[in-house]
Design a protein around this ligand. Structure first.
Ligand SMILES: *Cc1c(COP(=O)(O)O)cnc(C)c1O
Length: 410
């Protein structure tokens, strides 16, 4: 077999390599995997069908696959101190879906964080399977503090009597108190599922409290702060092992993506290293530096700051919408995403805010000086938002700056 990819696709891959190198990525849910993870994901393991679980497969020829998935499971269990782990969910959404299938019947009440307050689509949004198949109720954040209000969540739980409570978020810059959530769940006789998709890397390194001892189920993604390949995982207690495994396969998925599971295993090992621990500390350090810098420049941050890898900026006092800011910054090569802020007067396609994250730039080795530079770029771009020639000049400066931080140095 020839090793060359056809010209259409190889050209697009090259262009993507260039884009990643020449832009500054502040998307809070993205990161850059190691070359080792890339190699595992690009391996022949993609050829193999392995429906089932290690040493209980529906296909022959799984002797290597069985060992590999076992290693992935054992590493994941060790990383989070969990009793049972499933590494097969294709993504975070499938991990959540499997938990619901394991313990819920269609029509059951679930209680999750409102998408508009920072929750995730799969936590009961009406346009997602979770809101179509189940009966969703939501909690948000306190209007004053913009943080979770546990007394209020308890009241909502007592009123709605959910069978499952979801905690975890996509755009929440503060620590989540999983213990409080477990007390609320126990109070109303609900299961608790903690979705740590965004903060998995922080939890793995002890920089965010772990939900493992408090929640029956912990779901997450491997590709955000955990810096592995695109994928999902589930942790649970031993007594739920069988129903979780059955819910993933044959419940919602067929054959597992063994090449991705290999990439996950590589990433789990990386995540146990001292180097990764230092990396996560720097992610938070950079996030704090960015938060202070933004506030100094007159930006209002939702909740007034951050405890983790992400920052939600309220742009209303800058007289620019989230949509506009995303476009302006995108035009100079700084990638961010527009995001609703709590009680946002604008609809989700416009928004009053942007979400910034430091996981990706920290992987590239950026620190204090670079954060200062990036803030300068952001300020200048927003100030010059109607000046096309200035924005064009800035795009070149951003390209030069970003190119000094190669992602996959030869
Ligand atoms: C990103 C995310 C997910 C899952 O996302 P996928 O794109 O399906 O991998 C689930 N929950 C939360 C809170 C997330 O932020």
């Amino acid at each position: 077999m020839s090793g060359k990819i056809d010209s259409v696709i190889s050209k697009l891959i090259k262009q993507e390599i260039k884009r990643e190198r020449e832009t500054i990525n502040l998307i809070a849910s993205e990161n850059y995997v190691s070359k080792q993870v890339l190699a595992a994901v690009g391996s022949v393991l993609t050829n193999k069908y392995a429906e089932g679980y290690p040493f209980r497969r529906y296909y022959d020829g799984c002797e290597n696959i069985d060992k590999l998935e076992t290693v992935a499971i054992e590493r994941l269990k060790r990383l989070f101190g969990a009793e049972h782990a499933n590494v097969q969910p294709h993504a975070g959404s499938q991990a959540n879906m499997a938990v619901y299938l394991a313990v819920l019947k269609p029509g059951d009440v679930i209680l999750g964080m409102d998408l508009a307050a920072g929750g995730h689509l799969t936590h009961g949004t009406k346009i997602n399977f979770s809101g179509m198949l189940f009966n969703p109720f939501y909690y948000g954040v306190n209007r004053e503090t913009e943080q979770l209000d546990y007394d209020e969540i308890l009241k909502i739980a007592q009123k709605t009597k959910p069978k499952l409570i979801l905690c975890g978020a996509s755009a929440y810059p503060r620590i989540i108190d999983f213990k409080r959530f477990s007390e609320i769940a126990r109070n109303v006789g609900a299961y608790l599922c903690a979705d740590i998709a965004h903060i998995a890397g922080l939890v793995a390194t002890g920089l965010h409290p772990s939900p493992v001892e408090f929640a029956e189920f912990v779901t997450g993604t491997t590709h955000k702060t955990l810096r592995g390949p695109r994928g999902g995982f589930i942790l649970c207690r031993k007594n739920f092992a069988q129903c979780i495994d059955r819910a993933v396969f044959p419940g919602i998925q067929g054959g597992p993506l063994m090449h991705v599971i290999a990439g996950k295993a590589v990433a789990f090992k990386e995540a146990m290293s001292k180097k990764f621990n230092l990396y996560q500390k720097k992610v938070i350090e950079n996030s704090l530096l960015m938060a202070f810098g933004l506030m100094e420049a007159g930006y209002r941050l939702v909740t007034g700051g951050t405890d983790n890898h992400l920052i939600l900026v309220d742009l209303r006092n800058k007289h620019v919408t989230g949509e506009e800011a995303q476009k302006i910054l995108g035009s100079i090569g700084i990638t961010v995403n527009k995001n609703v802020i709590p009680f946002d007067p604008h609809p989700p396609n416009i928004t009053s805010g942007i979400r910034l994250g430091t996981a990706a730039i920290t992987t590239r080795g950026m620190g204090k000086n670079e954060i200062a530079k990036i803030l300068e770029f952001i300020n200048e771009a927003i100030y010059n938002r109607n000046n096309v020639s200035e924005l064009n000049a800035m795009k070149r400066r951003v390209r030069r700056f970003a190119s000094q931080f190669p992602i996959y140095a030869e």
